[in-house]
Design a protein around this ligand. Sequence first.
Ligand SMILES: Nc1nc2c(c(=O)[nH]1)N=C([C@H](O)[C@@H](O)CO)CN2
Length: 118
Amino acid sequence: MDKVFISQLQVNTIIGVYDFEKESKQDLFFDVEMLTDIRAAAQSDNINDAVDYAVVSERIIAHTTAKPVELLETLVEQLASIILTEFNVQQVMIRVSKPAAVAAAKTVGVEITRIRHA
Ligand SMILES: Nc1nc2c(c(=O)[nH]1)N=C([C@H](O)[C@@H](O)CO)CN2
């Protein structure tokens, strides 16, 4: 299967378990890989036949900044569901990194892969 991807999408938002995290925004970075058949888009050369990575990026930013959640797990499950429901994607991998969370680590985060059920 072919792949449309987004790398290191930066989103500044409220996220976290602790009270101090609910008061100031932090940066999250998303890597997204979407499995899709690109042949129709390649044949037509029409963006309407493609998974538009710009539209997906805006959807991720809009959802991530709309309503705060505590866990990265909650956020990536919601985003995977949105992508599989709203876009022509058969499988999605989402990795979210929260670099400010653990001082001694370069970054930490969560990665999931979800498949569309027919
Ligand atoms: N598996 C997870 N572990 C932790 C999360 C999380 O979302 N998923 N979140 C936190 C805190 O919000 C942390 O980022 C604050 O430093 C801790 N562990």
